[in-house]
Design a binder for this molecule. Sequence first.
Ligand SMILES: *[C@@H]1O[C@H](CO)[C@@H](O)[C@H](O)[C@H]1NC(C)=O
Ligand SMILES: *[C@@H]1O[C@H](CO)[C@@H](O)[C@H](O)[C@H]1NC(C)=O
Ligand SMILES: *[C@@H]1O[C@H](CO)[C@@H](O)[C@H](O)[C@H]1NC(C)=O
Ligand SMILES: *[C@@H]1O[C@H](CO)[C@@H](O)[C@H](O)[C@H]1NC(C)=O
Ligand SMILES: *[C@@H]1O[C@H](CO)[C@@H](O)[C@H](O)[C@H]1NC(C)=O
Ligand SMILES: *[C@@H]1O[C@H](CO)[C@@H](O)[C@H](O)[C@H]1NC(C)=O
Ligand SMILES: *[C@@H]1O[C@H](CO)[C@@H](O)[C@H](O)[C@H]1NC(C)=O
Ligand SMILES: *[C@@H]1O[C@H](CO)[C@@H](O)[C@H](O)[C@H]1NC(C)=O
Ligand SMILES: *[C@@H]1O[C@H](CO)[C@@H](O)[C@H](O)[C@H]1NC(C)=O
Ligand SMILES: *[C@@H]1O[C@H](CO)[C@@H](O)[C@H](O)[C@H]1NC(C)=O
Ligand SMILES: *[C@@H]1O[C@H](CO)[C@@H](O)[C@H](O)[C@H]1NC(C)=O
Length: 474
Amino acid sequence: MLPQTLLCLLNAVIIQAATTQLSLNNVVSLNSQNIPSSPTFSLPTAQNLTITIAYCSSDTSSARFFVTNDTTVDDPGPDGGTDVYEISIAEGLGTFSGAFLNGGVLAVDVVDSSNSFSFEIGASDSGPIHEVLVAFPLLGDTTSNQALLFSPPFDPLTFTDPTYPNYTLPGPSLSLPSPPGSSPNYTLVVAPTSSQNLTSLPQTACMISSQSSSGTIANESLWPRDEDGWRTQWILEGLASETNYTAYVVEDNTKLSGPMYFVTKSAVFACPLAAFLPYCPGVTYAVPLPSPGSDSSIYDSTNIPSNISDILTAYMTNFTTSLTVQACGRDYYSPLQTCADCQRAYFRWLCAISFPRCSEESPTISSTSSSASSTNLPTVTSALQAQATSSPPRNPTFPSLNMSYSVLLPCIETCQAADRACPYFLGFACPYAQFNANSSYGVGYIDGASPGQQGLGTPGVAQDRWGNVWCNLV
Ligand SMILES: *[C@@H]1O[C@H](CO)[C@@H](O)[C@H](O)[C@H]1NC(C)=O
Ligand SMILES: *[C@@H]1O[C@H](CO)[C@@H](O)[C@H](O)[C@H]1NC(C)=O
Ligand SMILES: *[C@@H]1O[C@H](CO)[C@@H](O)[C@H](O)[C@H]1NC(C)=O
Ligand SMILES: *[C@@H]1O[C@H](CO)[C@@H](O)[C@H](O)[C@H]1NC(C)=O
Ligand SMILES: *[C@@H]1O[C@H](CO)[C@@H](O)[C@H](O)[C@H]1NC(C)=O
Ligand SMILES: *[C@@H]1O[C@H](CO)[C@@H](O)[C@H](O)[C@H]1NC(C)=O
Ligand SMILES: *[C@@H]1O[C@H](CO)[C@@H](O)[C@H](O)[C@H]1NC(C)=O
Ligand SMILES: *[C@@H]1O[C@H](CO)[C@@H](O)[C@H](O)[C@H]1NC(C)=O
Ligand SMILES: *[C@@H]1O[C@H](CO)[C@@H](O)[C@H](O)[C@H]1NC(C)=O
Ligand SMILES: *[C@@H]1O[C@H](CO)[C@@H](O)[C@H](O)[C@H]1NC(C)=O
Ligand SMILES: *[C@@H]1O[C@H](CO)[C@@H](O)[C@H](O)[C@H]1NC(C)=O
């Protein structure tokens, strides 16, 4: 029988030696409470191995991580050595890549084992498993208690133009597009910015997805909102009015997109959301229509008034007919543009004009405008135009509403894109900035107000990820 102390010592040695193998393109989840104080992991062989560490709890100073690709070193640590590297962690995420031609070792030095501290390790030969994505989630729009939100795009739309002599352009899409066969697994996390500060936490997928999320998801589906591609679209309900929220999207439980901010409208805001319109995929915002009724909370292709959709799609069909009077694909009217480009640009413009967008001055923006002027930043106000109760609807196929509201005007670039893309004989023209264009369009937001100032507007975009929306871009 061995003495007790020696047994303990042996156990310790066995635990030390029991190196866990990390397998390629896999994630291991660990907790400081149930691992030995200085665990080591053997790394798989790869020409270019990317090792990522993601903290899943907020204590960010509890461990250090060392790697080596020198197989004669069995416990890399702070003393260093040839080919011993420390993986530095910033905002809860550490990334290291290098050649591990004979494999290697990763050692975790738990600095303070009294705290429960959990983290994930990933090793991959095809880029980082854990990362903060460059693309942000996208805001569709909000009402007083709903938000329409999108994941980053994952499957860009590709257009195959028809060719002469059979230059047949499709008419307006009347049925919902069929979604791609596979999509990333996106999950949404939303929290009030002021009471639940998600940006102060480690910016990792496991940390953010462990937080409680506001509202209830009424609908989650895939939608090709714009040419950037398919996105997951969420309709979130049960939010508080006039509140600034922070939103993140987690991809495949390991990648994080965000933060993005949005503000809900005031309690009196009465316009309902519209979405799922196959002929106008970019219409994903609040429209001046009466409440859609008790059994649905938004307008979609099944309950949008048919005199709105019928007339709009008739315009689209007639436009396509007029356009193809020209010998599309044979007589080129432009070296850059085709009839198909013209049709796409015209349909987008027609959707923006046909579906007015309700909005309101953001309460938070107006309260911070004084600080903005004190730092000499130009105060940019959104392209809002008040609609009095008595004023006729902007689109005559919309019913008159017994309420006043503000319209967020379309960005003039939507009109100019159609003007640029379409043949001269169609007679399409946009108003000039110096002649009152700002009474029907948002002018100077994306491009500057003078010709040739592409992208030089203030702020240069239609909306940003801080919750500001300046003009309507369909
Ligand atoms: C170890 O890493 C160094 C630096 O990245 C590299 O030059 C070397 O080839 C690697 N050795 C092996 C055996 O992978
Ligand atoms: C290794 O992969 C990382 C992540 O994809 C990449 O940034 C790096 O450039 C690659 N290194 C080499 C030498 O290919
Ligand atoms: C012309 O193209 C359309 C759409 O691609 C197709 O449906 C039609 O059959 C084609 N017609 C001929 C004559 O090839
Ligand atoms: C997506 O991830 C969530 C959260 O981990 C999981 O519950 C769900 O089953 C996953 N869905 C698919 C289709 O993999
Ligand atoms: C949230 O935390 C970040 C980082 O700790 C800090 O910069 C920011 O001011 C905080 N925001 C709020 C609303 O408390
Ligand atoms: C989401 O709403 C669309 C349009 O109303 C509907 O076709 C789809 O079935 C809904 N999806 C879910 C998951 O409820
Ligand atoms: C479309 O064209 C037809 C035939 O020329 C015409 O009767 C109809 O009024 C047009 N529709 C619209 C919305 O312009
Ligand atoms: C919402 O909160 C974020 C973060 O504090 C801030 O940058 C943004 O300006 C706020 N949005 C509005 C519209 O106030
Ligand atoms: C649209 O259709 C509804 C129901 O058929 C009708 O009551 C309404 O007057 C129509 N609106 C317009 C502007 O034609
Ligand atoms: C419009 O609203 C006002 C005040 O709420 C009300 O007095 C009036 O009867 C309403 N008109 C119609 C046509 O509903
Ligand atoms: C619209 O443009 C005109 C001329 O450029 C300018 O005087 C006017 O203030 C603008 N109106 C608004 C609401 O910006």
